[in-house]
Ligand binder design. Sequence first.
Ligand code: TMP
Length: 235
Amino acid sequence: MERREQLYEGKSKIIYATDNPDQVIQYFKDDASAFNGVKKGTIVDKGGINNAVSSKMFQYLETKGTKTHFVEQLNDREMLVKHLDIIPVEVVLRNVAAGSLCKRLGVKEGLEFPDPILEFFYKNDDLGDPMINECHIDIFKWATKDEVAQLKEQGLKINKLLFDFYRERKIRLVDFKLEFGRHNGEVLLGDEISPDGCRLWNWDTNEKMDKDRFRFDLGSVEEKYQEIYNLVCKD
Ligand code: TMP
């Protein structure tokens, strides 16, 4: 697979063209950012860990019938994926209260929900990814009604699969963000599934094992990313 010109550089990944117009390469950087780019830094080896963890998660979800953009992990930093027309809607699933939900609703961190909460955010850095609902998606034509139904159905299904996957490894999947895109008329799961876009707590102690360690300067960032890598990739 020939790596060609850079198509896009985001905060944590670079997208390169390949000699196949249907496929692109995701390159995972060590760069970390938080609070919509206000806090910036580096997490050593994060790119390699997020590439390996995401590759494992995509392969796992594929075995359970979820359609994803994953083709193959090429090397430490690069993943070959199907070229998506990204739907500009971030799908967030929550099992336990944390992050922006606590701020918005005055709920105490750690409250367990009897059922998952699904939220939509508009993928727009200039606006700070504001929360939206189905009316906004429909009126502004970010996705069709049928696509929104798929985002909800897939989001809830993926939440159940990932919650059980992590529970078996003594990790609580608190919340996470998914992105989807269109490819040859199908809606596929895209982006990455890594400790950058998930909240993962030790099941017994509630110790945070994800990007919140970087966001809030909790220390041992690299160590906790490495622990997640070991739990997900080395069993
Ligand atoms: P939040 O509490 O900041 O709304 O985030 C919920 C979860 O989704 C958390 O695991 C982080 C992830 N997330 C991202 O990774 N990127 C985003 O742009 C958003 C809105 C959420």
